[in-house]
Design a protein around this ligand. Structure first.
Ligand code: MRU
Length: 374
């Protein structure tokens, strides 16, 4: 089942190689080690991909969606290579197992389920077509080929979508201070960025912007990752502690807030990194526009509101320690909610690759996300 293509990269790769996909497996840039070290770890089994997603080697809703699609392909490849006797039933069983492992790696971002569903559909359609045929090595190679093609398509579509949303969003961003939270750049996506992509595009079009980067405790996605990307892009920025936003808004230094999303309900309620809700409340109080930028893969139209979104709780040691140093008394208890929900009414607009969505969200999300499908 070895293929000739060695490096699998869609046409629009970015300035950072967040991951490389080769016949050996998925090489992930270990985001836990940035910005001090740029090290890759190799994942050549589904379990390893799941663990990398769970442990935040790779993070960001679109990025973990794409990696789960690649992980799915790797899982099926390993299964087909190992098993001597393969039946449709055994493939179905494996698909179930792999899907479960990947879908449940993290609970909040819907992109995991979305990407796994796309991969499952490829398998289902393929197996339906070959129902009456004898299973041969040639047939199995075809299945692997279709899966690889779909995973690359998911990756490529994400980059193309990011570029489209950046173009829609750039006109909305005013000049001056723009505040962002967490990391929504090339590291968190297929290779450009959602909220950070909009900032990049605005800057590229000579908008005089200055980015306030929330450090984003406890994982420090802002100070470690967003700042790292902005430095590479030479976009002016300063890191601020998460509790500085209100002060800067009061002084009139923040002209807009823009963040990404992990799941958006059909009424516009948005799950994103913990602290996003507080920013939205502050922005509302100071009458500052609050934008969310996200691809359509982040919308969960099966749920009516944010109340239905599961919020991941991560180990308390991430709060109790900072860069390996304990920063709390012995036996201290800590809560580590990884996300919160911002109600749709606090969001000025949602920028997607299909266009900018304004309230009322119940109607307009459906129109934009579903309306243009097919
Ligand atoms: O826990 P993380 O780092 O995966 O959380 C990421 C975020 O909250 C991002 O804002 C979101 O996934 C959008 S990334 C384009």
């Amino acid at each position: 089942m070895k293929k000739n293509i060695n490096l699998k990269v869609p046409p629009q790769a970015d300035f950072i190689q967040t991951w490389r996909w080769t016949d050996e497996g998925l090489f992930l840039l270990d985001q836990r080690k940035l910005p001090q070290q740029e090290k890759y770890i190799i994942c050549n089994t589904v379990d390893k991909v799941r663990k990398a997603i769970k442990d935040m080697v790779v993070r960001g809703a679109p990025a973990i969606g794409i990696c789960s699609a690649i992980g799915f392909t790797i899982g099926i490849k390993n299964f087909l290579e190992k098993k001597k006797k393969i039946s449709i039933q055994s493939i179905n069983q494996e698909v179930k197992k792999i899907s479960y492992l990947l879908e449940t790696a993290r609970p909040t971002a819907v992109n995991l389920k979305w990407a796994v569903n796309r991969m499952k559909n490829v398998c289902e359609n393929f197996l339906k077509e070959i129902e009456k045929e004898q299973i041969t090595l040639e047939i199995l190679k075809r299945l692997y080929f279709f899966l690889e093609e779909e995973a690359l398509k998911i990756w490529e579509e994400d980059i193309i979508g990011n570029l489209a949303m950046a173009k829609f969003g750039k006109d909305l961003i005013p000049e001056g201070g723009v505040l962002t939270h967490c990391n929504t750049g090339a590291l968190a996506t297929g290779g450009y960025g959602t909220a950070l992509g909009v900032i990049r595009e605005s800057y590229k079009h000579n908008k005089k912007i200055f980015v306030f980067v929330d450090e984003t405790r406890p994982f420090l996605q802002g100070s470690r990752l967003t700042a790292w990307e902005l430095s590479k892009l030479k976009i002016p920025y300063a890191i601020i502690t998460d509790n500085t936003a209100g002060y800067l808004m009061k002084k009139g230094q923040v002209k807009a807030v823009i963040v990404g999303a992990d799941r958006i309900a059909s009424n516009g309620d948005t799950a994103n990194k913990i602290g996003t809700y507080s920013l939205a409340v502050l922005a509302y109080h100071h009458q500052i526009p609050f934008f969310v930028a996200a691809p359509s893969s982040t919308f969960d139209l099966e749920i009516l509101s944010g109340e239905e979104i599961p919020i991941e709780q991560r180990p308390s040691k991430e709060v109790l320690y900072c860069v390996k140093s304990k920063i709390a008394p012995l036996n201290a208890k800590a809560y580590n909610f990884a996300f919160d929900i911002t109600p749709g009414e606090l969001i000025t607009a949602i920028i997607t690759e299909k266009g900018v969505i304004y309230p009322p969200y119940k109607e307009n999300i459906l129109k934009t996300i579903k309306g243009n499908e097919n």
